[in-house]
Write a protein that binds this ligand. Structure first.
Ligand SMILES: [Zn+2]
Length: 352
């Protein structure tokens, strides 16, 4: 079965990528929140495969191996370093299996994945070398397992993103690199969001942009600037929460919905964000606006559900397998306009 490259697809129109595996697998009951290690590829491979299939059905063109946080340092934190390579290979194999069994005619693209290490330190050569080694081993396994592209994501240090891209580029695979600045709206090593993206393009990023940490409202203004300044394809994958100028990321987002039972820790992140969830129309609106700007690589990160991925796909004019089950209020038992719906039921709608 033939398949087009990432660039061929992006040159032609929108490419959808589902992210947000961490939150969704946790919600499905297969991961410890807070700790957030993707043991699911070893412990419950069927659950991970199901989520990939659900995203594929909803229109994701890319099947991103769930190795986020599946790096050597995190495995050391939980005392399971010996499972590092098996975890990575299992996640990659599951993603490959789904990508090569598409619902349509064309195979999906399987993506290997590296991300923020959380041990990167400015001006600390030893720490930086350690991170570089972590990236190298992970992209090596991704190449072995047949990745079509590589995704480096959620970097909040510019220099760490550059290092990740370097390791990715060495494999010769097309590379997507997205950054996730914190609430100070600047990378932690003091480089501006725009300058970081410009440098990532210079370093050979095939697709450069932003993912995670920010909802549509606090990501889109930066995406606009990035799109204007860069020539390469641009990516935008926000979280699905209503972040604000006062709280540009989800880390310190206060509950604004009359919470009556607060989370046992200081923040609503990561387990009590639900009331600040964007609805599907807001996510669709984001995708539409971003696509109109010329941002062709689209998706959502934390908070993603198959329904929201379908919303992104449909907002940019795509019809996907899950479109079969798109909204049809016409036949709702009370709010629908279908002739068979009894008058006395319809009339009660405002008191329901
Ligand atoms: Zn995320």
């Amino acid at each position: 079965m033939s398949k087009r490259s990432l660039k061929e697809r992006l040159d032609k129109g929108p490419v959808i990528c589902a992210e947000g595996f961490l939150f969704e697998i946790e919600k499905r009951g297969y991961m410890s929140s807070g700790e957030f290690v993707p043991m699911v590829s070893l412990d419950h491979p069927e659950a991970l495969e199901n989520l990939h299939r659900d995203f594929q059905h909803a229109g994701s063109d890319i099947v991103q191996a769930f190795t986020y946080n599946g790096h050597r340092e995190k495995m050391r934190v939980i005392g399971k370093e010996e499972l590092l390579e098996p975890l990575n290979r299992a996640a990659l194999k599951i993603a490959k299996k789904v990508a090569t069994n598409p619902l349509g005619e064309e195979e999906n693209l399987m993506a290997g994945n590296i991300s923020n290490s959380n041990i990167w330190k400015q001006d600390d050569e030893k720490a930086q070398l350690e991170v570089e080694k972590m990236f190298r081993e992970m992209v090596g396994w991704a190449v072995d397992e047949g990745a079509d592209i590589l995704i480096g994501e959620t970097f909040y240090y510019a220099e760490e993103a550059y290092t990740a891209l370097k390791a990715m580029k060495e494999t010769g695979l097309p590379s997507v690199i997205t950054i996730a600045p914190y609430g100070e709206n600047i990378m932690r090593d003091g480089i501006s969001i725009l300058d970081t993206c410009k440098e990532l393009e210079q370093l050979g990023g095939d697709v450069v942009g932003m993912n995670c940490h920010r909802g549509p409202d606090t990501m889109l203004p930066y995406l606009k600037e990035i799109r204007k300044a860069l020539k390469c394809h641009v990516a935008g994958l926000p979280i699905t929460y209503r972040t604000t100028n006062d709280h540009p990321t989800f880390f310190n987002l206060p509950d604004n919905n009359g919470c009556s039972c607060h989370s046992p820790h200081e923040t609503t992140f990561p387990t009590a964000l639900d009331p600040m969830q964007c609805n599907r129309y807001e996510i669709g609106q984001f995708a539409k606006e971003a696509y109109a700007l010329g941002i062709n690589y689209l998706g959502v990160c934390c908070g993603a559900t198959p329904m929201l991925i379908r919303e992104v796909a449909e907002a940019v004019g795509l019809k996907v397998p899950a479109s079969k089950y798109r909204e049809n209020m016409e036949n709702h038992y009370m709010f629908g306009k279908n002739k068979r719906i009894p008058k006395h039921i319809k009339e009660y709608r405002n008191k329901a």
